[in-house]
Structure formats: structure tokens, C-alpha cells
Design a protein around this ligand. Structure first.
Ligand code: ADP
Ligand code: MG
Length: 692
């Protein structure tokens, strides 16, 4: 999955930026600064206090200090390595300053007899007290000290603080600092004006302590964070409205097929399922494309909801497609849908990379002619030759596993002239409320907050690796008593080869330790036919134990499996552990999930295991995950189309988020000019990328 990185903007630095040449513009672009306007919002990471001087003798090791004195010597030494060494003296003592990288200009600056100020951290060194790589600048005797704290900006190689400061100060003078917030809102939230907030953060007056600024709760910071959240809300709202302006096929049939499916099911829908089926059904009957996220914890029964929505499309004379991230899952969906729908006379095509060319071409032809109304597949569905001329609904399962472009690509398979198909995304990785309100605010969300009846909660056990033998014995007893079990191999993220090796070793060891059990192995490198044969054997109860890598993480549904062992559980992420554990507890048998861990545990490893041990609810786990990791990884592939928040913190600034959400909508409607200006200020050219 693609991680992090700022949104691509593709545009060159703004033309006509006086005093900024190509090299400098390139470095600024690395910081996502492409115009003087962007500089305004490049805010300090922290501050240094150069408003005071410390006598050399009083400088304490390990603390930043500013000293001023006269250079007594300056030379380039070659041992132990080439470096510039200068001695500086004031009334209280002498200090050595060393630079391992330096320019000739620096040497000139440090000519004996010159007066300089050094800012850095003192430490005891080979030559006595010293500063390594202090900042240095020449001063005249008695020169005044700065009155404000000195900002330290995030920067990149080859771009010095002094240059950044100069450019930012210029921008503060030349750029308009209009305040686009309604006065009433500012007063209600007790926020300063934009210009005041910005000036204060770039040049805090001496009476504002650096610590108050650094924890970012000062009103000036809150003002900036509020604007950032507001700009995000406005752009999401705009994307939402733009989508509403498009035309979609109206999927309003007789409901005959859905009724027939429900009548044939061995279970009744839960209340939550009925509710979301109605929500989705109402959207599908609208003439503009749905963009809805169905969130439901593992095992909450999302597949049947998707099937009912797809039948609504078929009933109205359209096609529907369901895309899943792994081949195992796609095949399982295909089998399940086929079994449900064959009695209704509705055919399902299956597209996966592994299917033979002949089979694939036949499926493609039947889809292209519209003869087969439903398609299930992996990302093979979005490859070139696939045509779904009457696509009315695209469903993406485990949507967070796909990138923005992939999700959109599925919808674009509908060549139905000017009509945009509806899009339903499904995820078992719940999005915490704050994220749903921010990064996902342009989606409509349905929540399955109820598990089907008859499930017994999974009992989770934390067991040290030292007791592996006992666990193996437990698997033996369980399987001989008619249960089925998963054994999840340790995750080795760094190397796929090593991961494979580990899976094979684990399999061999378990086969040896458990000769009385029938054991299968699935991993990512298996040929698809072998993989599906093994999965089928496990599903049919022909295998007792399935040794698996995380290929079984999503979606796999074998209700008779009631025991799971996860080796080196401390290496897995929280969402992953929750998903894996969700493979058991799907039938009526009491299920157990054993998390084997190796000592010593890292602090985060321990924190994660504690969360998974204490929580069964996916939402609670996701919230903890957000707290431990921050939203960066959470948003996952989605962020490739969306700039993450730079300053606002969704948890800490939840109150600002609420206010921004309310204001975003009214501003866009009542003061479009202010809304556009805020978006331009915060998102520059980026808002166009926000589409799914
Ligand atoms: P997920 O939300 O994780 O995708 P699935 O759709 O795979 O969950 O459903 C999990 C299991 O629960 C499946 O075996 C499914 O057939 C079954 N199921 C779904 N809805 C119900 C229900 N209302 N009552 C009983 N079993 C159900
Ligand atoms: Mg599922």
C-alpha cells in the first residue's frame, strides 16, 4: 500500500517570484512551497531564544545557549579529520567551536579579532567546552539582541534557516493577509485575526513563552488550525456537490430479485442490515451517483448487503461489479454470490489474473454483451479489456486496500454514455468519528453496528512464545475434537522471500509435531489454483489446520474454524490483528484466539497487544490505533489524493473540527468568495485531486 508523501501537485513554482532562482525554487518545492503565499503557512517547528546572552562560563552542557565574544584563533585542522576549529573568548571564559562541514566564507567570518554570536549546545569535548556546528553571525560591539524568539522552520538539504526566514519575512510584508472568517465565528471561538496570528507565530513577542507556542494550544495556533480544518471541509463539501451534479442511472426496479434472494436465505437480516440496505437502496434510486462507505466490523455481514444492492441494479436492467483486494477473497465472493443467485437465474462472471486466458475471454465477452449482469474479481476487473457497458453499481470490498485511482477506475468501467455509476465502498476497518468527519467528510456513511445473532465472542489469550508446546497440544486436542484452526505465520515485512521461508518452515514444523492432523498451507506465492484448492479443502472441513500468512487476513469466511494462533503477534498492526481474529468466532462454537508473543516486547508492541486483548469492538480498536499511530497511516491509500492535515490534530482539536464542519457548509453557500480564497490559501492547486 502506498504510504505517506505529500500530494503531487505537478505544477511548477509560481512564475515571477523575484529573488528566487531555479535552484532555490527547487528546494522550496520539496517543502511544497511554490509561491510566496505558501511561505506564509510554513510555520515554525519550534523557537530558539536568542533574546539573551549567556556568559561562556555559565553555559550548561546539554542546553542551548547564545554566547558572544571575540575570535582568538581560527584554523583548519586535519586530524582527527578535516575541520574548522575556532576559539571564542568573553569576559568569563573561552569556548571552542568546531565545524566538520564549512565554507570559505565561514572562515572569513571567524577571522581572529572579529566579534561573533554563537548559538548552539555546549558539551564537554576533546578541546574542553565546545559547541559543534553552532550558528554563527558577526556583530558589532553592543549590538542589540533580537526582541522576539527566533523561529526554526522545517527545512530540507541546502536550504538554510536564514534564507527561509528572509523569504518568509518578505512574504509577510508583500502577501495579502485577508481575514476570511466571519467576525461572529471568530468571537465565538475566541480566535485572533489571521494576520495577527500569523505574525505572532513567525515572530512571537518576548512575553509569550516558547513552551506555550510549542504545544500549539495558543490562540494563534488554534486560529491557524481552525482555518486549515475549514479549508479541508470546504474542499470536501465542494467535491460532494460536484458529484451530486452528475447524473447516474436510476436503479429503481420491482425489487423482485432482492425479495427472492431474501426468501431463500437460511437467515434473516439483522436490524442493522435492514437499515443499511434501505439507506443504500434509497441512494441507488436517485439520479445522481451514490458515494457511500459501508462500515461494519468483521463478520457483521457486509456481503449480503452488497449482494442486495447489486440485485437492485440488475432488477433495473443494469450491471454491477464487485472488486476485492485478494484472489482468495474474490473467489470466495464469487462462490457465495453464485450459490445465492444461481437459483434466481442471475449469472456471475469471475475475473482474476489467474484464470486461464480462454476462460477470461469468454467471461469478458459475456460481460461486454451485457448477457451476464454481475462481475466479481480482483483488480483484474479494472484492467483494460474489461468492459461493463451497463454498469450501474460498482462495489469495492475492503476499500482501504485500494488506491483512490483504482476505486475510481472501477466506476469508470461503466461506459454508459454520460451516466456515472453508483459507488459503494465497504470496509471492516472502521474509521473513527474524527476521521469520518474530516478526511472522509465527502462520503455518506452507513454503519453495520450489530453482529448477526448466535455468535459467541472470541476469547483472546496472550501467551509467551516459551509456551509454544502447550499451544501446539491445544491445537491437537481441539482439532481431534472436531474443531478447525488457523495458524498464522510470523510477519516479516522486510523480505518477501524470508516471509515465504518462514511460512514453509512453520508448516513443516507443525506437520512434524502434529502427524495426526491434516494440515494445509496457504501463502501469497502459491499458484492460484493451489491456493483455492487448499482454501476449498479447509472450507469443506477436509483439513484440520490451515497454516497461513496474512493472505487470509481479509474476508475469509469458514464458520467452523474456531481456533486461531497468531505467531509473533507483536509484529502485527492493530487493524491486522483485529481482522485476523475476525476469521474465528463466525460460527456458534466458542472461539479462541491465541496471540503468541516473543520477549522482550517493545513499548508499542506491548501497547498494541494490550489494546487487542482488552477490546473486541473494531471501533474501539481503531480509536486506539489512531491514538498510537496518528492518522497518517490510517488514511492509507486515500491520501494519495488528499493532503493530510499539517497542523490540526484530529483528537486534540476535535472542538475546532466540529465548528469547521458547520461553518464550511454555510460559507460555501453564502460566501463563496471567502470559501474560494481559503481553499486557495491552504490547498493551492491541490483541491482538484480530491475525488474519491
Ligand atoms: P463481513 O462483514 O466481515 O464481510 P460476511 O459478509 O462475510 O461478513 O458475513 C459473515 C458471515 O455471517 C457469513 O457466513 C454470512 O453468511 C453470515 N451472515 C451474514 N448476515 C447474517 C445474518 N443476518 N444472520 C446470520 N448470519 C449472517
Ligand atoms: Mg467481507
Amino acid at each position: 500500500m502506498a504510504r505517506a508523501s505529500t500530494a503531487p501537485r505537478g505544477d511548477a513554482p509560481a512564475a515571477g517570484w523575484p529573488g528566487v532562482g531555479a535552484a532555490l525554487a527547487g528546494r522550496l518545492a520539496k517543502l511544497d512551497i511554490r509561491s510566496p503565499r505558501d511561505l506564509l503557512l510554513h510555520l515554525p517547528l519550534r523557537y530558539e531564544d536568542e533574546t539573551r546572552l549567556t556568559p561562556i562560563a555559565a553555559a550548561r552542557a546539554g542546553f542551548p545557549a547564545q554566547v558572544e565574544g571575540e575570535v582568538t584563533s581560527c584554523e583548519v585542522t586535519l586530524r582527527p579529520r578535516r575541520q574548522l576549529v575556532a576559539r571564542i573568548r568573553d569576559d568569563s571564559g573561552t569556548l571552542v567551536a568546531r565545524w566538520l562541514h564549512f565554507y570559505p566564507s565561514q572562515q572569513k567570518l571567524l577571522a581572529p579579532g572579529r566579534r561573533v554570536r554563537l548559538f548552539g549546545e555546549v558539551r564537554g569535548g576533546f578541546f574542553g567546552d565546545e559547541m559543534v556546528h553552532p550558528r554563527v553571525h558577526p556583530v558589532a560591539e553592543g549590538e542589540a539582541l533580537p526582541e522576539a524568539l527566533t523561529p526554526v522552520y522545517p527545512t530540507t538539504a541546502g536550504l538554510g534557516q536564514a534564507t527561509l526566514r528572509r523569504l518568509i519575512d518578505q512574504a509577510l510584508k508583500s502577501e495579502p493577509l485577508d481575514d476570511w472568517l466571519p467576525e461572529a465565528v471568530r468571537r465565538r471561538l475566541d480566535l485572533p485575526g489571521f494576520a495577527d496570528a500569523l505574525r505572532l507565530l513567525h515572530h512571537p513577542p518576548p512575553e509569550v513563552p516558547a513552551s506555550v507556542l510549542e504545544d500549539r494550544q495558543h490562540p494563534a495556533w488554534r486560529r491557524i488550525k481552525f482555518e486549515e480544518l475549514l479549508a479541508q471541509q470546504i474542499s470536501l463539501r465542494r467535491a460532494y456537490l460536484a458529484r451530486r451534479a452528475k447524473t447516474a442511472p436510476v436503479l429503481a426496479g420491482s425489487g423482485r430479485l432482492a425479495q427472492a434472494l431474501l426468501a431463500g436465505l437460511p437467515f434473516a437480516l439483522t436490524g442493522a442490515q435492514r437499515r443499511v440496505v434501505a439507506e443504500i437502496g434509497a441512494d441507488l434510486a436517485q439520479p445522481h451517483p451514490m458515494q457511500r462507505l459501508l462500515m461494519g466490523d468483521v463478520g457483521s455481514g457486509k456481503t449480503i448487503v452488497a449482494a442486495l444492492a447489486m440485485l437492485q441494479a440488475v432488477d433495473a436492467g443494469y450491471q454491477a461489479a464487485l472488486m476485492a483486494p485478494t484472489e482468495i477473497l474474490a473467489e470466495q465472493h464469487w462462490q457465495k454470490l453464485s450459490a445465492w443467485l444461481a437459483p434466481l437465474g442471475v449469472e456471475v462472471a469471475w475475473l482474476a489474473g489467474s484464470r486461464g486466458k480462454r476462460a477470461r475471454e469468454a467471461e469478458l465477452a459475456r460481460l461486454a454483451s451485457g448477457e451476464v449482469p454481475l462481475a466479481v474479481g480482483t483488480h483484474a476487473l479494472i484492467e483494460d479489456p474489461v468492459a461493463l457497458p451497463r454498469l450501474g453499481l460498482a462495489v469495492v470490498d475492503e476499500q482501504h486496500r485500494f488506491g483512490v485511482r483504482q476505486r475510481l477506475a472501477l466506476r469508470e468501467k461503466g461506459a454508459a454514455g454520460t451516466l456515472s455509476p453508483h459507488l459503494l465502498m465497504m470496509s471492516a476497518t472502521p474509521i473513527p468519528r474524527t476521521l469520518a468527519m474530516s478526511h472522509y467528510a465527502d462520503l455518506d456513511v452507513s454503519v453495520l453496528d450489530e453482529l448477526p445473532p448466535g455468535r459467541t465472542p472470541v476469547l483472546t489469550k496472550l501467551v509467551s512464545d516459551a509456551r509454544r508446546e502447550e499451544v501446539v497440544a491445544r491445537v491437537r486436542d481441539g482439532c481431534l475434537a472436531g474443531r478447525q484452526a488457523y495458524w498464522v505465520c510470523p510477519l516479516i515485512e522486510e523480505s518477501e522471500a524470508l516471509q515465504l521461508q518462514t511460512a514453509q518452515d512453520t508448516y513443516a514444523t507443525l506437520c512434524e509435531a502434529l502427524p495426526e492432523l491434516r494440515i494445509g498451507l496457504v501463502h501469497g506465492r502459491l499458484k492460484p489454483a493451489e491456493k483455492s484448492a487448499t482454501m476449498a479443502a479447509f472450507a469443506a472441513g477436509e483439513l484440520h489446520l490451515l497454516v497461513a500468512t496474512t493472505v487470509i487476513e481479509v474476508g475469509v469466511d469458514v464458520p467452523n474454524a474456531s481456533l486461531m494462533v497468531i505467531e509473533h503477534a507483536e509484529r502485527f498492526g492493530l487493524a491486522q490483528l483485529h481482522q485476523l481474529r475476525g476469521r474465528v468466532g463466525r460460527g456458534s462454537a466458542e472461539s479462541v484466539c491465541i496471540l503468541l508473543y516473543a520477549q522482550p516486547l517493545s513499548q508499542t508492541g506491548r501497547a498494541r497487544l494490550k489494546v487487542i486483548f482488552e477490546n473486541a469492538d473494531g471501533f474501539a480498536i481503531a480509536r486506539e490505533d489512531l491514538r498510537i499511530r496518528g492518522p497518517g497511516e490510517f488514511v492509507g491509500a486515500r491520501q494519495s489524493g488528499l493532503p493530510l492535515l499539517r497542523y490540526a490534530d484530529l483528537e486534540v482539536d476535535a472542538d475546532l473540527l466540529e465548528a469547521a464542519r458547520a461553518l464550511g457548509e454555510t460559507l460555501l453557500r453564502d460566501e463563496p468568495q471567502a470559501a474560494a480564497a481559503l481553499m486557495a490559501r491552504w490547498l493551492g492547486g491541490r483541491e482538484g485531486l480530491l475525488r474519491a
